[in-house]
Design a protein around this ligand. Sequence first.
Ligand SMILES: Cc1cc2nc3c(=O)[nH]c(=O)nc-3n(C[C@H](O)[C@H](O)[C@H](O)COP(=O)(O)O)c2cc1C
Length: 219
Amino acid sequence: MTDPRDALSRHTDYGAERLEEAGIAADPVVQFEAWLVEAADRDVYEPNAMVLGTIGEDGVPSSRTVLLRGVDDTGFVFYTDQSSRKGRALAAHPIATLLFPWYSLHRQVIVTGEVAPVDDAESDAYWYSRPHGSRVAGTASEQSRPIGSRVDLEERVAQLEQQYPEGSDVPRPERWGGFRVRPFRVEFWQGRTSRLHDRLVFFRTPGADEPWSLERLQP
Ligand SMILES: Cc1cc2nc3c(=O)[nH]c(=O)nc-3n(C[C@H](O)[C@H](O)[C@H](O)COP(=O)(O)O)c2cc1C
């Protein structure tokens, strides 16, 4: 392919799999886990990668990919630099969307929820499970802040590697930690033939610990 317009005019008819009220779990986290396992088993690249959408202090939306590192009844957890652009956005507007783009399965899940930082013990547990190099990088990089050059960053890393040689503990910077997204809306999308896709949405009142409702949306 040499003409970028060829990529724009492709038309893929999505597969024969379906998502029906009778077959979906009663709890969206259970359904999500089932699809996540399937995504991993069916070789989706980075199945736990999700696009995190936030609202900035100025009301401007932004998005970026992060990795899901925990999911259970309490919510969806990812780790980052809490002083980053996304961290500042979440401090101003503690609400976010998480989009799992499982294109090769003709599937998408979109989670919307309220966000809160995870506690220090949980951030510590994940920080100390990371490889030494990742901890050095997380300490060296004040994520999302400008830096003069790549060399400046590499110099910081070299200094930290002297201070904390392989095998020693690199302490978790206070600015580094997790966020938990507690969902109040979870949409499961299954691509179907001729664009007659299945969309099933779980929803409940934000902040309330009430049972989930389910509805089908037009594609
Ligand atoms: C596949 C993939 C996984 C990523 N995982 C993370 C992650 O778990 N945490 C993180 O802070 N950034 C992660 N990033 C980098 C972010 O997309 C982003 O560049 C960074 O967090 C800064 O975003 P911000 O300036 O909007 O805060 C990942 C990027 C990709 C492409």
